[in-house]
Design a protein around this ligand. Structure first.
Ligand code: GDP
Ligand code: ZN
Length: 479
């Protein structure tokens, strides 16, 4: 239990109107006697633990603000691990505000205040209800923009990712214990690595870590999505291609969380991976301030591109090769994207260029042909007739590093990937130490310790307050 945590309150449901709205209170370190007047004040009665009471929520003058369910969870059996009161009323903004205000007045004498963003979940973490990776998964589940992202966030929230990390930590600890024990008996040091099969154990840990890292990298892709830049001359079929790529899934397209949808930015999904697509056609000189801001966002997005689709016109390309205008577009984009970003040349309207059509889809011709250029991948498609689109989808995901059918995925964050990679480096160092002529068990043990420290940071053992602040303030209020 947190030492002297104050009681907090917030509207836990999303702003706006809905069937149900919830005001949630977590009472910090207060005991039942201190809380009772507030509960009786708003509910008009005492509450039985973990029972749903249907009752009227009372205002200062005894009038009924709303009717709904009151739920009382004495510590430690609650979301936060503290005593929690949940008032479920009707989901209107005014009625929720009235209920919240009433609670704040009643709780004035016990120090009740509005919760900060993420404060409920932060308390759940501090009270060992969740580890840090699980707490982050709560936010990721709420913010998930595709079904696959939501499902993998739920897996992480349930502890699948934490379990995998803990399994690694356990093995590192086991190996460290062996090493430490040997350090106490220096005369046996020489034989230790052989006798305990330390190298074998280390190799096993490394393999397991590589597996966790692979699944986490996939999860990060699910969470962050892929930034795709769509370039090409007017009328080449960019909008049509976007629709073809989105296919039937267009109906569940959602904007990038936290940003307004620019008319030049759209999010579609392929196999559950969000694709943030920027249409460079929207880039033009303008005096309009709002449009200018939109265009600046577009340039920013291009600077973060994971892959570029350069659309060109099949009839003209098949006859004359790359036009000067397309050459210029290619150079301009290549100059702005991060180094090494793949550019896929998408040759569209093959239905209008029979020769090209035959070349791509007739006989045994390959569907992807190499061309000249720095990252020369060409895909021939017809957005209109939906030809070559599946291949384009698969290629897009492949160049982004997505491995289809990779099994369970952990919805990991960049922070987790950084820690996993650092742990991987320390284990490699340990391996080097073990392979040295003059084996130094001290150094071997130290590398293992550093690797463990990185792994522990994922689940939040020994985490600094600063990091906690960064993580939890990104939550919404009420979480
Ligand atoms: P954008 O300006 O690059 O976004 O191009 P649009 O997607 O608006 O398409 C321009 C025109 O080309 C429209 O009339 C489309 O119907 C047509 N178009 C797009 N893709 C194809 C294709 O694969 N084959 C044919 N025949 N027409 C296409
Ligand atoms: Zn268009």
């Amino acid at each position: 239990m947190t030492v002297s945590a104050p009681p907090i309150v917030a509207i836990a449901t999303a702003p706006g109107r809905g069937g149900i709205g919830v005001v949630r209170l977590s009472f910090g370190s207060l005991d039942a006697a201190a809380i009772a007047p507030l509960i009786e004040g708003v509910c008009g009665q005492a509450l039985e633990p973990r029972h749903a009471h249907y009752l009227g929520f009372r205002d200062d003058d005894g009038s009924v603000i709303d009717r709904g369910l009151a739920l009382y969870f004495p510590a430690p059996h609650s979301y936060t691990g503290e005593t929690v009161l949940e008032l479920q009323g009707h989901g209107g903004p005014v009625v929720m505000q009235l209920l919240l205000a009433r609670c704040l007045r009643l709780g004035d004498s016990i120090g009740l205040r509005l919760a900060e963003p993420g404060e409920f979940t932060r308390r759940a973490f501090l009270n060992d209800k969740l580890d840090l990776a699980q707490a982050e998964a709560v936010a990721d589940l709420i913010e998930a923009s595709t079904e696959a992202a939501a499902r993998s966030a739920a897996r992480s929230m349930d502890g699948a990712f934490s379990d995998a990390v803990h399994a690694l930590v356990d093995k590192v600890i086991h190996l460290r214990m062996l090493v430490e024990a040997t350090l106490d008996f220096p005369e046996e040091e020489i034989d230790f690595l052989e006798a305990a099969n330390a190298r074998g154990q280390l190799a096993e840990i490394q393999t397991q870590l590589a597996d966790v890292l692979r699944q986490s990298t996939q999860g990060a892709l699910l969470r962050e999505g892929l930034n795709v830049v769509l370039a090409g001359q007017p009328n080449v079929g960019k909008s049509s291609l976007l629709n073809a790529l989105a296919g039937a899934e267009l109906a569940i397209v959602t904007p990038i969380p936290g940003t307004t949808r620019d008319k030049v930015q759209q999010t579609i999904q392929i196999e559950g991976i969000p694709l943030n697509i920027v249409d460079t056609a929207g880039l033009r000189d303008t005096q309009d301030e709002v449009e200018r801001i939109g265009i600046q966002h577009t340039w920013d997005a291009i600077g973060k591109a994971d892959v570029v689709l350069h659309l060109i016109d099949a009839p003209s390309y098949a006859q004359h090769g790359l036009s000067a205008a397309d050459d210029e577009i290619n150079d301009r984009i290549a100059g702005m994207i991060p180094a090494g970003t793949p550019i896929l040349r998408v040759v569209n309207k093959i239905d209008l260029a029979p020769a090209a059509g035959d070349m791509t889809f007739g006989g045994n011709r390959p569907h992807v042909v190499a061309a000249n250029g720095p990252n020369p991948t060409e895909i021939w498609v017809s957005a209109k007739q939906n030809k070559g689109i599946d291949l384009l989808r698969a290629t897009l995901l492949r160049v982004a590093g997505w491995q289809a059918g990779g099994g369970g995925v952990y919805l990991a964050r960049e922070r987790h990937l950084v820690a996993l990679r650092a742990a991987q480096r320390y284990l490699r160092e340990a391996e080097d130490r073990a392979n040295e002529q003059a084996q130094s068990l001290d150094l071997f043990a130290e590398e293992l310790r550093l690797a463990q420290e990185q792994l522990n940071s994922i689940t939040g053992e020994f985490t600094s307050d600063d990091l906690l602040g960064v993580i939890f303030t990104r939550f919404c209020i009420g979480k």
